[in-house]
Design a protein around this ligand. Structure first.
Ligand code: IPM
Ligand code: MG
Length: 374
């Protein structure tokens, strides 16, 4: 309680989005309410639309009203966006992803942290042999508001010669564009994170080919030399990293990399944990932070109540830690998730032949199990 005997209220903007987003967001609310019951805090929720749901209702993936709610909140919790209904290759049509990218940009969320943590109980769920997962514990620090995602892009029609055999045709391009300060600040995030971990940073680039990578490498080394020489810095080319992640994942502590490289490598790394349904993420900047599972909206299983809510609940853990400084509650949530897995409870995606039928649960039951153990 505060001096006035009032509960401190944290305002959380909920953006369930599309597909399984609604189902997993409900479990996050359930768990937060269970936490509020035993702590001197309360959570106030405001829900808004984003992605495909917003396109259907307003014609745009990121309505102004949604942005206002997000700005006013202490933290944003996002489910997932996208789905086949809104899939289009027509550059003039709105896409759900524009909602997420626009939100990241508008909130200045330049640092995306994706912890890859192996739960003992899930060692056998990984497609890698368990012996390769010994001591795997890494943090992917993905630059989130620059690079290929936000550089200049265009589609041009009627370009002479582009159709082949001298005929006119289409041309399209995207640009990997970085400015010095963007690389500098993400490098700092990575070095700071490494300091509170095992003190090693792999900076991943494609400096043997790309100019933006050569600048990236220079700047990362500059930041390292002026204040972080206690941290070990290793340069690695992105194709090599893709290979090393499944050859010897334990070599990594912190990986820092460009937006698109980080997008690809984090999906790859998620499979070490057994399922993309286990990978949480925190997007941090100078203001309100955003938390979301790294997985997509899984339209194939949406509405069936079978989605794994654990990546969402692990994202809640990150929110408690980074945005609300509720370390103890975050630890307790982490332990509750671990306990549920140790007891053998599984959603479909992390189950295997050895999972007994009575331990196979759906989204809401998994949320209940975690909430009960808080
Ligand atoms: C992610 C997702 C998004 C991204 C998509 C949905 C735009 O894949 O958060 O990794 O590419 O950043
Ligand atoms: Mg991705």
């Amino acid at each position: 309680m505060s001096e006035f005997g009032e509960l401190h209220t944290y305002r959380i903007c909920l953006l369930p989005g599309d597909g399984i987003g609604m189902e997993i967001t409900a479990e996050a609310v359930k768990v937060l309410e269970a936490i509020a019951l035993r702590e001197d805090v309360s959570f106030a929720f405001a829900e808004a639309i984003l992605g495909g749901a917003a396109i259907d209702e307003t014609g745009t993936a990121l309505p102004d009203a949604t942005l206002e709610v997000a700005h006013a909140a202490d933290a944003v919790l996002l489910g997932a966006i996208g789905g086949p209904k809104w899939d289009t290759t027509d550059p003039t049509k709105p896409r759900p992803e524009q909602g997420l990218l626009g939100l990241r940009k508008a909130l200045g969320l330049y640092a995306n942290l994706r912890p890859v943590r192996i739960f003992d109980a899930l060692r056998d769920a990984s497609t890698l042999k368990p012996e390769h997962l010994q001591e795997v514990d890494m943090l992917i620090v993905r630059e989130l508001t620059g690079g290929l995602y936000f550089g200049e892009r265009a589609r041009e029609y009627g370009v002479p010669g582009a159709g082949g055999n001298g005929a006119a045709g289409q041309r399209a391009y995207d640009t990997m564009d970085y400015q010095e300060y963007e690389v500098e600040r993400i490098a700092r995030v990575a070095f700071e994170a490494a300091r509170s971990r095992r003190g090693r940073v792999h900076s991943v680039d494609k400096a043997n080919v790309l100019e933006s990578s050569r600048m990236w490498r220079e700047i990362v080394h500059g930041v390292h030399g002026t204040g972080y020489t206690d941290v070990e810095l290793i340069d690695q080319l992105v194709d090599n990293t893709a290979m090393q992640l499944i050859r010897w994942p334990a070599q990594f502590d912190v990986i820092v990399t460009e937006n698109m490289f980080g997008d690809i490598l984090s999906d790859e790394a998620s499979m070490l944990t057994g399922s993309l349904g286990m990978l949480a993420s925190a997007s941090l900047g100078d203001g309100t932070a955003l938390y979301e599972p790294s997985h997509g909206s899984a339209p194939d299983i949406a509405g069936q109540g079978v989605a794994n809510p654990l990546a969402m609940l692990l994202s809640v853990e990150l929110m408690l830690r980074y945005s609300f400084a509720m370390e103890e509650s975050a630890d307790r949530l982490g332990r509750a998730i671990e306990a549920v897995l140790d007891e053998g409870w599984r959603t479909r995606d992390i189950a295997d032949e050895s999972t007994p039928d009575e331990r196979l649960v759906g989204t809401a039951a998994m949320g209940d199990l975690v909430a009960e153990r808080l």
